[in-house]
Design a protein around this ligand. Sequence first.
Ligand code: APR
Length: 250
Amino acid sequence: MEHDGMIQAAGERIRGAANVVVVTGAGVSAESGIDTYRGAGGLWEKHDVNEVATASALRRDPAKVWRFLLLLREHIAAASPNAAHRAIAALEDRVATVRVITQNIDGLHQAAGSRTVLEIHGNVREARDPETGAIHALGELDLERLPPLCPRTGRVLRPNVLYFEEAYDPEIMGLASRWVRQAEVILIVGTSGMVPTPYFLAWEGKSAGAFVIDVNLDRSAPMFTFGTELADLFLQGKAGVVLPQVVALI
Ligand code: APR
């Protein structure tokens, strides 16, 4: 099928669906000027992941891990939602149930108006007490001295982000898993699959009957498709171009 035909087919599938899940990665925010993690110019080319984004780095040098997070936060604060985020939010006017599962920590889906967003890797807006799980808005903390302390208890706080070497929150993943199993269509947008969670979720949804549409500049790493084709439709291109075309047909 050529590209226009596939856009058409994606639009028809979504038009006929009452429940759509959108799973997103860094590629959905690329057109907002936020760096992706992998590939040329990606964050992991410029920063050593073992120094700034692992559980052991957080234990070894929490101030350094915090400084990296605050750098991302600054970068994100200067960005706004792009046409891809807006198209995903606009699905809510056309489909009864739309849920977004994102690996991104930038909050741009919510800024674009998506109302049901599960941030499986956390976010840049909050800190967390590692003992009690209590959440604090970063805006309410003194960030001059890192790591920041809870103003009430004086305890050291950590970013509310999931780092490498850490396990997913089972409650969050339980919810993600329920959502994909209820979905009729799963749109997977701008994720490399190097962290395979989006692909596991899409496979879970697909085995429960969902139609899977992958939107990406490139085909994802074949090892995470387990030798068979995960996507029923692969729409190659920029999310900010492809998604508005699809949504215009619904
Ligand atoms: N439109 C669509 N896809 C795009 C665009 C775009 N404009 N720009 C880039 N992409 C695609 C790339 O082809 C790539 O497949 O987005 C993907 C980005 O991949 P990664 O940088 O690996 O980002 P992601 O998959 O979200 O990373 C997963 O890894 O480091 C961790 O916790 C971090 O959540 C992140 C996780």
